[in-house]
Design a protein around this ligand. Sequence first.
Ligand code: NDP
Length: 448
Amino acid sequence: MALKNDYLIGVLETVKKRNAGEPEFIQAVSEVLESLEPVVERRPDLVEAGVIDRLVEPERQIIFRVPWVDDNGKTQVNRGFRVQYNSAIGPYKGGLRLHPSVYIGIIKFLGFEQIFKNSLTTLPMGGGKGGSDFDPKGKSDGEVMRFCQSFMTELYRHIGPDCDVPAGDIGTGAREIGYMFGQYKRLQNEFSGVLTGKGLTFGGSLARTEATGFGLCYFTNEMLKANGKSFEGKTVVISGSGNVAIYATQKATELGAKVVALSDSNGYIYDENGIDLAAVKQLKEVERKRIKEYVTTHPNATYTEGCSGIWSIPCDIALPCATQNEINKASAELLVKNGCFAVSEGANMPSTPEAIEVYLSNGILYGPAKAANAGGVATSGLEMSQNSARLSWTFEEVDAKLQDIMKSIFKSCDEAAKEYGLEGNYMAGANIAGFLKVAEAMKAQGCV
Ligand code: NDP
């Protein structure tokens, strides 16, 4: 879909000129600007206040050297990033991605998306994101610790519990957050909720580990219910086999579905009996092995090289939970052809714009990432509340709050879509509802 509004066309032109060579960032901005066309028609005051011109430019971008010594005594150098994107409604908040593909364009796209996602949670959190091109895969615990300590030795001066609160993302799990938290505490001589996703013995929230995957299924369940459908008896394909994929598999199964496939960046497994989640948790969370090892203990299952083939498996519901742009037009068409009726996104921006066109033009129920995967950051927000109050809630309390938040996110997306004449387009609804709250705050705070 091409932009029609002259003002928005101008904004996008500037973004393209300023951020040449950052296709993921331009893709994320384009999608939001397209959704905002009906809003700028109705709200000239927001245009007048320059809200959108300011929104597309991060408040601050920090890039730094991360030197560390490997197990052979050799110096290694990585690049670290933190983009403090928007603080209109709360402290910057967003995860840290550790993956060799990380560069400033990836961090900016994720930070931009995070603004709207955090707004949708109803909690007071601004948008930010960070990370490094460091690859934790194949590194020893000692190497990961030395990297994390070096990373935090620069980052600590830019963050704080009332300023910027990072969390996990691809490659950053409980181990990495633990090492970073230890180094922050040592440098600041302060025990505070500066990071979320912490271990349960030092301020972490129960249910944070499960939150993104569980939240994805709670949101999807609302979307299905609103359209007279459910998870019960449905076949589900989930990509990835990391944090989000594992807990999405658990909750989808609890809700009555059968998950038949999972993947990693090398290939995918198919188990027609339904994935044995205990085996996957042992492989991925304990042994840190590749997903193909699953077939050695489950000979009835198959492993296929190449991760994109997973979308050729017939399913009713697809939950992409690996990475950006993992479903292209051809994969989306295959899903439709094989009878898939819902796609809901655990990963950030996993569908290309062409894939989204295929969903919308074929009446597929589409749960966009910034709404569907917001359960992770919402529970991080709940971790911040518990840290500030110096108390901890039970698993059931946090899970109940998460369910309420995901229901309210679905409601906001649904209502905003209806209000702007786009009923059933939850992507437009998420972008509009997320935007309006931030925009009102930016307008009220003046040109800053
Ligand atoms: P993990 O590191 O735990 O797992 C990532 C999974 O995705 C792994 O199976 C990994 O395979 C696969 N993957 C990563 N990069 C690629 C790639 N380029 N191609 C194919 N597969 C890939 O990360 P999470 O589960 O935490 O994150 C998954 C997605 O969910 C990301 O998009 C993240 O931004 C998003 N997300 C995560 C949240 C959270 O709370 N963790 C919150 C909201 C969104 P391999 O091991 O081969 O790399």
